[in-house]
Ligand binder design. Structure first.
Ligand SMILES: [Zn+2]
Length: 246
């Protein structure tokens, strides 16, 4: 959200990298990021539910508080939504295709990672040691399944085979580069399969329609008539999975 203001000269203090400037507002801790190039105030609630105000160097604290007050309903709604999304993730669980499994650390076994008897078995002494093994396993599973789903939907849409690459982003699930490749976040493998399918169909639809216009959504709907519910799920509950780790 961007709020346009005319900054007045006034008191200001600059946070440093080590000690970022903070404000208390309605029980929330707000981080202030000032920049010489900024002319307006920008409000953001991050995936983790933190409130950040981007501000011109000289914007006064009073002005920042006024803007926070004016947009407090929006801020509280966003923070609550983020907390809800995180609260759905059981502590200590491991996620795979939309299901939560208990993690079981094994001293020995034939394979480093195995999903068996409704638990995720990892051959490691600590969760810290288990995480890289689990990530490698997730990437392999994501690679296999995403390629398969791309092929499946591309066939239905009469599109030629495309290069598929996996990435790790903190803020996005997929990217479409029509001349090069379709790129997907390996973390899609943590989400329910119908949500993974939605992201695949979304990126495939971008091959013919780069922007999110009416024609684009029509294309998505032709393949997934219930895409709205899937998109809604991703918007409401997807973000924590971009950051989740053991
Ligand atoms: Zn898109």
């Amino acid at each position: 959200m961007v709020v346009f203001i005319k900054p007045k000269p006034g008191s200001f203090d600059l946070g440093t990298e080590a000690m970022p400037e903070r404000l208390r507002f309605e029980g929330l801790e707000v981080t202030v990021r000032r920049s010489r190039r900024r002319r307006s105030l920008g409000l953001t609630v991050t995936v983790e539910g933190r409130v950040i105000v981007a501000a011109p160097v000289r914007a006064s604290r009073d002005l920042l508080l006024q803007v926070l007050l004016k947009h407090q309903d929006w801020i509280k709604r966003k923070v609550a939504a983020s907390q809800d999304a995180w609260a759905r993730l059981p502590q200590g669980a491991v996620f795979f295709l939309g299901r939560a499994y208990p993690l079981s650390l094994l001293a020995q076994g034939k394979t480093p990672v195995k999903l068996a008897r409704a638990e995720m078995r990892v051959q490691a002494g600590t969760t810290a040691a288990a995480w890289p093994l689990l990530q490698a396993w997730y990437r392999r599973e994501a690679d296999r399944l995403i390629r398969e789903r791309v092929q499946h939907f591309a066939r239905g849409l009469d599109l030629k085979a495309l290069r598929v690459e996996l990435r790790e982003w903190k803020r996005r699930w997929g990217e479409c580069h029509p001349q090069e490749a379709l790129r997907f976040n390996w973390r899609l493998i943590l989400l329910p399969p119908e949500i993974l399918d939605y992201v695949v169909v979304h990126e495939l639809a971008h091959l013919q329609e780069p922007s999110h216009n009416a024609r684009f959504w029509q294309r998505v709907e032709q393949t997934l008539p219930d895409y709205r519910q899937r998109r809604e799920w991703l918007n409401r509950f997807g973000s924590p999975f971009l950051l989740w780790s053991l």
